[in-house]
Ligand binder design. Structure first.
Ligand SMILES: C[S@@+](CC[C@H](N)C(=O)[O-])C[C@H]1O[C@@H](n2cnc3c(N)ncnc32)[C@H](O)[C@@H]1O
Length: 257
């Protein structure tokens, strides 16, 4: 069983460079809906390289950016963004981190890695009456990008068809909104943001190395062979070399009634 801190080993630089970020409109929306000001303290759990923490920092007093991966934290910290404390930890060790008072929690594409019901009970103890839990990520019904079947076939030939989530997520199959509805934070507000992204073959190849199931550590010495095979398959499927993808990000804000 791979440890939490190793899930994305070798992937941090690819993550920061090739994963879709959160556009300014999304950050504005989160800041407004939470009514953030320069006293607000926000926990970003599963912060990765700061995809949310970095743009949100200008809108809050302090962001506590927590992740089990040293590499992810180092990638985020190297930008020197003021107002962020980078902390190594995870959903099961929050109590050990001396976080101090927290107003809100945000989690971008990370909640599926966690024991969700237990964590929400912990947030119920941790957050003040006005505190919200915000999830940012794909909708419950994500549409695969057009390159996904092409890359999936390559992954299969490399035996990489492994998608890790928390045991609870994998076994229950419950969507995040269902889990939230069964928690103290069952007053939900959802908004979706849609845009079209253009990607080159280099972008798509780089992106594959940001995923836990095809990270550089998981590929090991097969990395050059894998990237070459992805390149060839993409070129065969679309000789123009330009791909377009509809990116839909849902922001789910969960509050107590
Ligand atoms: C897909 S990345 C998301 C990064 C960033 N929040 C974003 O929105 O792009 C998921 C992150 O969750 C972290 N993670 C995995 N298990 C975790 C856990 N149990 N508690 C906290 N973070 C966890 C991983 O190390 C990884 O950096």
């Amino acid at each position: 069983m791979i440890s939490r801190s190793e899930l994305f080993a070798g992937a941090a630089t690819y993550y920061a460079r090739y994963r879709h970020g959160y556009e300014a409109e999304i950050i504005e929306y989160i800041a407004d809906v939470l009514d953030l000001d320069d006293r607000a303290r926000v926990l970003d759990l599963g912060c990765g390289p700061g995809t949310l923490a970095i743009p949100l920092a200008a809108r809050a007093g302090e962001i506590l950016a927590v992740d089990p991966s040293e590499e992810m934290l180092a990638e985020g910290a190297r930008w020197g963004t003021p107002g962020i404390r980078w902390l190594r930890g995870d959903s099961s060790t929050l109590g050990e981190l001396s976080l101090g008072p927290i107003d809100h929690v945000v989690m971008g594409r990370s909640f599926h890695w966690m024991e969700r019901d237990r964590l929400l009970r912990h947030f119920d103890d941790l957050l003040p009456a006005h505190g919200a839990v915000v999830l940012a990520g794909p909708t419950t019904d994500p549409v695969d990008p057009p390159w996904e079947p092409v890359v999936q076939a390559v992954r299969q030939t490399f035996g990489l068809e492994w998608r890790a989530n928390s045991e609870e997520y994998a076994q229950s199959g419950r969507h995040h909104d269902e889990v939230l509805r069964g928690s103290a934070f069952h007053r939900l507000e959802s908004r979706c943001f849609t845009r079209t992204a253009r990607q080159s073959v280099d972008d798509i190849v780089g992106l594959q190395l940001s995923f836990s199931y095809s990270s550089p550590a998981r590929l090991g010495e097969r990395l050059p062979a894998f990237t070459e095979a992805v390149r060839e398959a993409l070129a065969a499927a679309n000789p123009s070399g330009e791909w377009r993808e509809k990116v839909v990000t849902e922001i789910l804000v969960a509050r107590r009634p």
